[in-house]
Design a protein around this ligand. Structure first.
Ligand code: DC
Length: 241
């Protein structure tokens, strides 16, 4: 492991089910570490959006794989909290969050050819400047040799409550029961699909976020990074407390 010379491009892999606190934590952590935040879920959502716009049936694996290959997905903005998502140069930040689309992403995310294309793009993005990368297969498939792997967990009720608040905050009107059903449905597809199902990598640190705030979760992770002196990675002054 390099301990001197050029600074290392740290890769932190975060996996876990919907609503487990991955996104908020990953954004805050990326900000503290001053490295890019990469939301891989947004990438599967972008492919789904293109398929829906083109009227491609979710059974047409070839066309979906072609969309995934061709899609130029960009995550822009130096502030992770304000990151914007672009598809072929057009902004799709809001369009990929609608419940109608959310319901359909699993069709696309279960296809091996689509995943292959996404993984390729994600590896390129991560290698460019390091990353806090979140998703379902980051520690198991995309970056199995990440500097730090984390697996997030929280009870389904708590996850649904968080997702419900997020949607309301984003101006999307839904009722809690629908969100709860959606979380359960997404767990079923995430955990039980044939290709790259969600699972904890053996060497991933388990983070039960049920009773932790985002700040507390971030502090725990920074403590792990510090105590492992992850490859000489330089934490900012504030992080060396
Ligand atoms: O994290 P999210 O809710 O935005 O993810 C959207 C969908 O994409 C969800 O169905 C899980 C899937 N996904 C995946 O299969 N692999 C990833 N690395 C990220 C997301």
């Amino acid at each position: 492991m390099p301990t001197s010379g050029r600074p290392k491009k740290l890769i932190v892999a975060i996996d876990g089910p919907a609503g487990s606190g991955k996104s908020s934590t990953a954004k805050a952590l990326a900000k503290r570490l001053k490295i890019p935040y990469i939301d891989t879920g947004a990438m599967y959502r972008a492919v789904t959006l293109q398929a829906m716009r083109d009227g491609v049936p979710f059974t047409d694996k070839k066309k979906l794989a072609a969309i995934a290959k061709k899609a130029r997905i960009e995550l822009k903005g130096s502030d992770p909290e304000k990151q914007r998502v672009f598809l072929d140069g057009k902004e799709i930040t809001k369009a990929i969050r609608f419940p109608e689309l959310t319901k359909n992403v699993f069709h696309v995310a279960q296809l091996p050819l689509v995943r292959k294309e996404m993984v390729k793009k994600q590896r390129l993005m991560g290698k460019r400047g390091g990353a806090v990368m979140e998703g379902r297969d980051i520690g198991t498939v995309v970056f199995p040799k990440a500097d730090l792997k984390l697996y997030f967990e929280a009870t389904p009720e708590i996850r649904a409550r968080r997702r419900y608040k997020e949607l309301l905050r984003d101006g999307i009107r839904v009722d809690f029961k629908t969100v709860m059903k959606d979380i359960q449905g997404r767990d079923a597809t995430d955990f039980h699909r044939k290709n790259s199902p969600l699972r904890r990598a053996e060497d991933a640190v388990l983070m039960d976020t049920s009773s932790l705030t985002i700040e507390e979760t971030v502090d725990k992770i920074l403590a792990i990074i510090r105590s492992n002196s992850l490859d000489g990675f330089k934490l900012g002054k504030r992080d060396r407390r």
